[in-house]
Design a protein around this ligand. Sequence first.
Ligand code: SAH
Ligand code: SF4
Ligand code: F3S
Length: 473
Amino acid sequence: MNLPDLKEARKRTKKEVVEKQVDYSIAPSFLGKKYFLKTYGCQMNMHDSEEIRKYLELLGCKEVTTLEESDIVVLNTCAIRENAHDKVFGYLGRCKHLKREKPELLIALGGCMSQEEGVVSEILEKHPYVDVVFGTHNIHELPLLLVDAQNKKQTIQVYSIEGDVYENVKYSRDSKISAWVNIMYGCDKFCTYCIVPYTRGKQRSRRLEKIVAEVEELKKNGYMEVTLLGQNVNAYGKDLEYGYDFKDLLESVAKTQIPRIRFVTSHPWDFTDEMIEVIAKYDNVMPYIHLPLQSGSDAILKKMGRRYTKEEYIALFKKIKERIPECSITTDIIVGFPNETEEDFLETLDVVSTCGFDSAFTFIYSPREGTPASLIEDSISKEVKEARLQRLNALVNQCSLEKNKALEGKIVPVLVLGENEKDKNKIYGYTDTMKLININGSKDLIGRIVPVKVNEAKSFSLDGDALKESEMV
Ligand code: SAH
Ligand code: SF4
Ligand code: F3S
């Protein structure tokens, strides 16, 4: 048994990260078993689930779409806010119930929650029916742990380490059109409210050649789009000694000529003019940047450890828009950081109106055990925080609608990803600026970039008609 330790997880040394090749020689003792995989959290977790799926397939298991049908259930969890926890513990209740009827059911819990001391002690005390707990550093051990769990009682294997860089990882990807590509793991920013640097370890960049080779391979296999993933893509390379950074990586990936390149998440702190130039220069680097603001108040930004001011954020925003006018910019905002005053909150609203984001994810601050902010005594009530969130959402939605309305009547390039789930007569995709669009058009267009005329704009999506390729502007 290996238990998580948040103090250990905080450590950052100069230790060289190790590149690990993943071993795929796995005994197929689970042949024919059915597994159900449920994923919470960010794109990184979704991409990790593609790795988990691959291991389960290599074990000989088949994926099912409901918990009730499964022999193995794997929950890939998120720890970012308390409600993410609540959802998972709620779901574990359902698993427990099913296990009463089906005692051979194997339940595995992985992801960021597994890296938390509090969660694992709760599992140990109150959830003895959970068979396997694995963390973010040892996804590749899941098959071995499942085999162990068949014989033993409860297998808990979580490492609170700085982490390695994994190469040669195989994925069973969700899409054949658009793929996620890890460019770095972990985070060293330690924003005072955030659990990620503890659950994901130190920032470890993959080598540029390995990333480019992965993109080349995806392109060869017909992929139309890659999304480069990292908690701070702009800090890419800073932990390596090869002298290259994110602009160099982006340029090298652009030169592969894969049709579409995206990247998340950008931190305003590390965003350089050269990066803006590369985004502007290459047509296959999409004009879309997710640039979390978190707060518009300098006092709160300082307490959050974000290392930029309101003015610096707005200046960066304007610089991007001046150089790339069509660029859409989205953001993340937290309301109710401990002792946030009405004036602080009004500063946040002010940035939202000044910038006019294409869209924003908004959250109420959630204290995370082990983070510095969780120790601050807070004088702001839950009701005040909820009211602020509503006021913020009203403004954010109005901005999104305005941005989307400006596209009505325009022709936009869309990568078509599939059939619309609700209306089988329609297809859907994303514009270059990352707007979801539902389209009247033939299913033959799936996997292609096509011109679409925008008929109607809503706050969270667009509706349009597919046009002939010759009508692309
Ligand atoms: N690496 C990204 C964000 C990762 S987490 C970045 O730095 O921008 C995604 C979002 O969750 C964050 O941008 C933040 O807005 C939100 N978040 C993180 N910790 C939170 C907490 N303790 N309470 C509420 N929201 C939080
Ligand atoms: Fe969390 Fe900050 Fe790292 Fe983003 S940059 S993952 S908010 S610590
Ligand atoms: Fe959640 Fe971990 Fe992602 S905490 S947001 S799944 S990095």
